[in-house]
Ligand binder design. Structure first.
Ligand code: OXD
Ligand code: MN
Length: 645
């Protein structure tokens, strides 16, 4: 692009903080944007110094133009064996969310993270080490850090302005956002993951005070380039920083083009910023799938389920039931925004528009629906590419010719059986939800779907039964708060050890986790039908053989069937110290070989005693006085019950 591409020179935009800015526009009509958006864009034009401003219109022509450009540059590889699919390979330094570079910026540390025992006694907030439940940064440090990164960071690049809606545009539970970015790949992915349309300008215009979340993203690679670009994927991986300003409803992300770091509608907005909106407005923004299950009687129920990243939410949401007579339909696979309606019914919307699923492990057996969904209009990142222009990742070994020649995510020639991996463990498919064959007809209903059950779960190789039900809401909140799972590759942690991931939200809390639990407890109000709360563990291992005790995937419908019976008030449970367990035989295991019921549901006393103590220390060390007393009380009650084992 050179200066002749500029279609409109807007000369005198006044900044909210004073000063006048010149905005060179290469596409769109700047002066038709809502005034607050004009000020927002002008502020960052002034700071980031792009060569032009491109206002996205969400059209198919725009998509084509951007995709063509990326193919020309080599960033996108068209997959000739698939319909309208592309693959891309990132800089190997930019492959996952970076939790230790992700911050919430508030005046006081205690607004963002709890002050557990480990963090007491420091003179100054800034001296306190980071905890496990979020990373706080003071405003002054954030300003300094951003001042060393942002000025001129879009020099020589075009600044794209993306209007997007989380939830159906203009819906009562939906929220608008505007993302600024200098990375074309982000525009294509945002078009899949959110609703990008100029109608968002009207939604902003019509909202009180022109409300929208400000999302600022730059890869930090101004021209002329200072660093070597790897795989046509410019970034500044050494200086990644993702800062959230909940009070200002703003996210600034610098240096990374990958997933949750750059598609700001997802984790940054729909979880971290939205959890603060939810607190202020009386609803819940959660890391949960939403699914519907129709049972043998033809009765439909909706569930929301929270599992930590890369623990199978996408698989569960799109499950193909292994027993006849059941139907599963998906509303969302990652995020749920839930609120009680005026009848006291909890309703959930999926704020997203697409799936950004983990590829490895997904195959025609584990998740045929996801495989079918991702055959067209999909962007694959860091997967292997076969010579016939299709995709490959670990888990697909039995589904392609073993002699197929594959190029790995790092660009090496490779074949099944050779050393190394074809795909990165956090490689992804990014695909529109609308083309999923089991998408629920109401998935875009602005009022959401009625939730009858909430499910928490994690990867727990030992001690934790296949399923149990909480005694009541408070007990359920404690179960969610005590959630743990083996680490996965979705972020920078080493896979393997069991770590706490309360409510599956550990990397996504927008404010103090203790206060967040208060907010959950406050949902229990007269006149509301509280959903039942369950805990599941598909991953328990036989301690002798090391094999999974439960087949998982489509057979998980058998467990959901039991939950439905519980919701319907059937007498299929026995009381245990940890909660209601299924009565022996009350889960349909017909047709499954060797289900070791006793081991699957055993409650080893020593394990549970240790587990309760460990959870207690975690709560005290990390949350301390910020933890609602009701949660400590529930844990104490659990301890007493476990002693009777
Ligand atoms: C995701 C995650 O990408 O949780 O959904 O990391
Ligand atoms: Mn997730």
């Amino acid at each position: 692009m050179d200066s002749k591409d500029i279609i409109e020179e807007v000369d005198d935009v006044t900044l909210p903080e004073g000063g006048v800015v010149h905005v060179p526009v290469v596409k769109g009509f700047f002066l038709e944007l809502p005034l607050k958006v004009q000020e927002f864009v002008a502020t960052y034009v002034d700071l980031l110094q792009p060569k032009g401003v491109y206002i996205c219109d969400g059209s198919e022509e725009e998509e084509q133009e951007i995709a063509d450009k990326l193919v020309d540059r080599g960033l996108l590889i068209p997959l000739k064996g698939m319909e309208k699919c592309f693959a891309c390979r990132t800089d190997p330094k930019d492959v996952a969310r970076v939790e230790n570079k992700t911050f919430i910026v508030t005046e006081k540390r205690s607004e963002t993270v709890p002050t557990g025992k480990k963090y007491e006694g420091y003179k100054d907030d800034t001296e306190i080490p980071h905890g496990m439940l979020g990373r706080w940064m003071s405003r002054s440090v954030a300003e300094e850090e951003m001042a060393s990164r942002l000025p001129g960071s879009m020099r020589g690049r075009v600044m794209y302005i993306i209007p997007f809606s989380m939830g159906p545009v203009g819906g009562p539970a939906s929220k608008s956002g505007v993302q600024i970015t200098d990375f074309n790949y982000v525009i294509l992915s945002m078009r899949i993951m959110t609703r990008v349309t100029p109608e968002v300008w009207d939604a902003i215009e019509e909202s009180p005070d022109q409300e929208f979340v400000q999302c600022i993203h730059t890869i930090g690679a101004p021209r002329p380039l200072q660093r070597k670009v790897i795989n046509h994927w410019p970034d500044d991986a050494e200086h990644i920083m993702i800062a959230h300003f909940p009070l200002q409803r703003r996210v600034i992300s610098y240096g990374s083009g990958y997933g949750g770091n750059s598609l700001l509608g997802k984790k940054c907005f729909a979880l971290r910023i939205a959890s603060c909106m939810a607190r202020d407005e009386g609803w819940l923004a959660e890391h949960m799938l939403i699914m519907s299950v129709t049972d043998r009687k033809g009765v439909e129920k909706f569930f929301a389920a929270a599992f930590p990243s890369a623990c199978g939410k996408t698989n569960m949401a799109m499950m193909t039931p292994s027993i006849p007579g059941f139907k599963v339909q998906v509303i969302g696979d990652d995020i749920a925004w839930m609120r009680f309606d005026s009848n006291g019914q909890l309703r959930a919307i999926n704020p997203e528009n697409g799936f950004f699923g983990v590829a490895p492990g997904t195959n025609w057996k584990t998740n045929p629906v996801a495989m079918q969904t991702a055959q067209k209009n999909t962007i694959f990142t860091n997967v292997g590419i076969t010579d016939d222009g299709k995709v490959f990742w670990e888990g697909m070994e039995k589904e392609i010719d073993p002699n197929t020649s594959i190029t790995t995510w790092t660009g090496e020639k490779w074949k099944i059986g050779m050393e190394g991996k074809a795909a990165h463990p956090n490689s992804r498919f990014c695909v529109p939800a609308s083309q999923c064959p089991v998408i629920h007809p109401l998935w875009e209903h602005p009022d959401g779907v009625p939730i009858s059950g909430i499910i928490f779960g994690g990867r727990r190789p030992r001690g934790v039964p296949l399923v149990f039900e909480s005694f009541d809401w408070k007990h359920g909140v404690m179960i969610g708060a005590a959630l743990k799972s083996e680490a996965t590759a979705a972020a920078e942690h080493k896979a393997g050890g069991v770590m706490h991931d309360p409510m599956a939200m550990r990397p996504f809390f927008g404010y103090n986790f203790g206060k967040y639990l208060d907010h959950w407890l406050s949902m229990d109000q007269p006149g509301r039908q509280l959903p039942k709360i369950f805990h599941v563990n598909w991953f328990r291992l036989d301690q002798k053989t090391g094999k999974f005790l439960w087949p998982g995937f489509g057979d998980n419908i058998r467990v959901v069937d039991w939950m439905i019976k519980r919701i319907d008030g059937e007498d299929v449970a026995v009381e245990s110290p940890v909660g209601w367990l299924p009565k022996k035989g009350s889960i349909d295991t017909s047709g499954l070989d060797d289900v070791n019921w006793d081991e699957l549901f055993s409650l080893p006393k020593e394990y549970w005693m240790e587990d309760v103590e460990e959870t207690k220390s975690f709560f005290e060390d990390e949350v301390g006085k910020d933890m609602p007393q009701a949660v400590y009380d529930e844990l104490e009650k659990l301890k007493k019950r476990v002693q009777t084992l």
